[in-house]
Ligand binder design. Structure first.
Ligand code: GLN
Length: 232
């Protein structure tokens, strides 16, 4: 028996540019793993959604303040976030990684970041990692709003390195972003669909049911395979 939606339309907040999870295609329409998963799950489970691609930290605030019912944004499930969100079952294994300009030949380890400026997006797992390690390795942090802004800042030399999720950097490299990843990645992050804690439990349930169905039918693998090729 299907779970009953409790709202006419659920507002789902997301990042603004986080390819291959959410990004605008050549027609200016949003697509990506997160977008396709939620759209299919909403179809299968019979509920209506409205996406708002407002950026990662704005999405967190929108859910916390009740302006959005949930978010999907390559969001890592963490103990800290579990205090204010209910997460779905994990839908993607990820982790974070440093990227530098492709022609950079001076950065090969975290030690090499000494006196350098490292960029990250506000409120992310990468930002937390950099905060926790900046004194140890003696680098400074520059916060920017989007992954695209990090790529641009790296390009013009405003930052010496950036940190972001490795499937995102891998996709950037596959799309010919001039990046190199000289330092091994930090594994272990798992993405979840997040609903404000204690609110709309039916929405989390519908997501979980729909995700399980997409995994059963192989459609989950098709969606991932559409965006992530082997080795990236
Ligand atoms: N996975 C990272 C986090 O949860 C980054 C998410 C993002 O930038 N959209 O913090």
């Amino acid at each position: 028996k299907k779970i009953q939606p409790k709202k006419d339309t659920y507002v789902i907040a997301s990042d603004s540019t986080f390819a291959p999870f959410e990004f605008q295609n050549a027609d200016g329409k949003y697509e990506g793993i997160d977008v396709d998963l939620v759209k299919r799950i909403a179809e299968l489970q019979d509920f209506n959604i409205e996406f708002k691609f407002i950026g990662f930290s704005s999405a967190v605030q929108a859910v916390e303040s009740g302006q959005a019912d949930a978010m999907i944004a390559g969001m890592t499930i963490t103990d800290e976030r579990e205090k204010s969100f209910d997460f779905s079952t994990p839908y993607f294994n990820s982790g974070i990684q440093i990227a530098v300009k492709k022609d950079n030949d001076s950065i090969h380890s975290y030690e090499d970041l000494k006196d350098k400026k490292v960029g990250a997006k506000i409120g992310t797992e990468s930002a937390d990692f950099l905060e926790a390690n900046k004194d140890k390795y003696d680098f400074s942090i520059k916060y920017l709003d989007t992954t695209d802004a990090l790529y641009s800042a790296l390009e013009i030399g405003e930052i010496d390195a950036m940190m972001d999720d490795y499937p995102v950097i891998g996709y950037g490299v596959a799309q010919k972003q001039p990046l190199a990843t000289p330092i091994p990645r930090e594994e272990g992050g798992k993405y979840g669909f997040a609903v404000k804690k204690g609110k709309n439990p039916e929405l989390t349930q519908m997501f979980n049911e729909g995700l399980a169905e997409l995994k059963r039918t192989g459609e989950y693998d098709e969606i991932i395979g559409k965006y992530v090729k082997d080795g990236s």
